[in-house]
Design a protein around this ligand. Sequence first.
Ligand code: ATP
Ligand code: MG
Length: 363
Amino acid sequence: MSGATMGARSAMSSPIPRLGSPSSSLLDDGVAAQEDELLIIGSAAGLANAVARVEQVAPTDAPVLLQGETGAGKELLARLIHSRSQRASGPMIRVNCGAIPAELIDSELFGHERGSFTGATGTRLGWFERADGGTLFLDEVAELPLAAQVRLLRVLQEGTFTRVGGSKSRHVSVRVITATHRDLRAMCAEATFRSDLWYRIGVFTVQIPALRERLEDVAPLARHFARKSGIALTGVPLVPSSEEIEALRRYSWPGNVRELAAVVERAAILGGGRRLEIAAALGDSVGGSSKPLSSTSLPVAPPANEALPTLDDAMRALIIRALGLTRGRVEGRGGAADLLGVNPHTLRGKMRRLKIEWSVYRR
Ligand SMILES: Nc1ncnc2c1ncn2[C@@H]1O[C@H](COP(=O)(O)OP(=O)(O)OP(=O)(O)O)[C@@H](O)[C@H]1O
Ligand SMILES: [Mg+2]
């Protein structure tokens, strides 16, 4: 095993995904594009460097670290790497490292044997076994607790592991891709991320620029999302005007492409599916996704003669509102936990208790 890549694997036939290059059918402006998960708009413009690096590294088995702000396209590029690799016909397992309780980390990584602890009613495969023959995408890797970082480093170094409660040493062939919006160098300096793990996963890094640093991509992205929204709402594609594109280019996009998609979709809904209300949609967005909810936006105290909502009801309303703004995203910068100023683990705990299901808001 070398780097974060485990084992050797024979080449498999890999369907090559279509990229939005000027010569392909998926043109940069995406207008002629079909529904395609791997449509990467801007691959010949603002994302050209990032995509070139992805193309260099994809066919190798080397570990890749994707860095970029929230919503910039890290997961999209991770999927591109997998689909352009020799492992394309194997599994691609995505794991959100920020969502795993520290006490379950061994079982999550390595799996467990039946009866190995209370509640282990059956044998469970861990991430590495499930990704065998394919790619393991460790998203939000910087959120891994330090104890889990040690475990991960060990399996990456040794290439073998045993299930919790098992004795058999297991070997799998897994390519590891990681992503984070955090500055791992700074985290290593302050000892919140292990530098030995950083060296191991960061053999090849791809930096995805923020949308405000590649304004040339705003127009093709906006045209793509407007087209999709129009078709979804009325069956007729919508087309933004040049003034509307200009207005979009003037915004700072703290939530990057995800936020742009949301603004354009909102603009299409506000326009009844027949036109785009970009100014109104942008007005709703400003300050919404980049700043914590201000105290002025908290529910206003009801008049004294009206019954107060319970604390749980008030909390439920706020959490639902934050999830609506982030489209169900709990972690990361601009995520619901960030907006509400709490730790993602804390927020998940409250959501569980209040029976709020994030996936309902994941549009
Ligand atoms: N260049 C692009 N072309 C088309 N769609 C894009 C592009 N970049 C991002 N998207 C879309 O924007 C959304 C956000 O992208 P993605 O999930 O890859 O971001 P991310 O960097 O992983 O964000 P986070 O840090 O919040 O997890 C997705 O729906 C993705 O398909
Ligand atoms: Mg992501």
